[in-house]
Design a protein around this ligand. Structure first.
Ligand code: ATP
Length: 255
């Protein structure tokens, strides 16, 4: 089951993608499409291959078969640096990914290293306007920031490159619900400006509330692709993250 996205609105497409670690394949002929300018949430049980989708898209895992397309262009086999610089795909992985000993400003400078210092310095104030908490801590050591501020800094650093697509893996880990709400709000703002977001998040119900669409994976295949609000209203929603999303819901009594 899949939502029908007109070809010109498809930002990301996986066509029959096989990818994995060593001899063990995690994505098993995965077909999926994510809409341009939308937040698409990847859900599914542990080990379904959600993070593997992001890593494959960012060129960290080799595509063994099939192809990956960005706005209709074949990007299969491209290196992470090219995906970032030439194709505008940014990746914010799980956990902490900052240079803790450096200041917030220095982390931003490093994020813009491929742009050159002049452009980076022009863009830093522009990006920081959307991240007031990060701006306040500009000259602090990155490791001194709270978990939420660090995650915001990672997103700010990715936004310096004005990516078309932001891949974000489990942004809520270790953050309080209020801070998570802040991070989610920020992602919403980014899509309002045309960025496409593909997110993996265990906090499924909160994430669905700010997502447009959701794709459920099981054993490296898409088993469902629906509007986020439709899923939220589904009384059997738990099956999506426990597995069994493809099993038809029991018919309501009298239906
Ligand atoms: N570096 C690695 N080397 C070998 N196997 C790996 C590696 N990373 C992940 N795997 C395995 O690949 C499978 C899919 O992992 P992936 O992280 O994509 O799952 P996921 O759907 O994101 O689930 P989770 O919610 O558990 O992170 C898992 O069985 C995992 O053990």
């Amino acid at each position: 089951m899949s939502l029908n996205i007109p070809a010109q609105d498809v930002a990301i497409e996986f066509r029959n993608v096989v990818a994995g670690y060593g001899d063990f394949m995690i994505l098993n002929r995965l077909n999926m499409r994510a809409r341009r300018g939308a937040i698409t949430l990847l859900i599914g049980p542990n080990g379904a291959g959600k993070s593997t989708v992001l890593k494959t898209l960012f060129g960290l895992l080799r595509v063994r078969e099939g192809s990956v397309l960005l706005e209709g262009q074949d990007i299969t086999g491209a290196a992470p640096k090219d995906l970032l610089v030439r194709h505008g795909i940014a990746f914010v992985p799980q956990g902490r990914n900052l240079f803790g000993q450096l200041t917030v400003h220095q982390n931003l400078e490093l994020g813009g290293i491929t742009l050159g210092m002049k452009t980076t310095h022009e863009r830093i104030p522009e990006v920081l306007r959307r991240f007031p908490r990060v701006q306040e801590r500009l000259h602090s050591q990155a490791s001194a920031l709270s978990g939420g501020e660090q995650k915001q800094l990672e997103i700010a650093r990715a936004m310096l490159l004005r990516p078309k697509v932001l891949l974000i893996d489990e942004p809520s880990i270790g953050l309080s619900p209020l801070v998570v709400a802040d991070v989610f709000r920020l992602l919403r703002e980014l899509t309002a400006q045309g960025t496409t977001v593909l997110m993996v998040e265990q906090n499924v119900k909160s994430a669905l509330k700010i997502s447009d669409e959701a794709i459920a994976l099981e054993s490296g295949r898409q088993v469902l692709h629906k509007q986020a609000d439709e899923l939220l209203a589904d009384p059997h929603i738990e099956r999506l993250f426990l597995g069994g999303a493809h099993v038809a819901a029991p018919a309501a009594a009298g239906a």
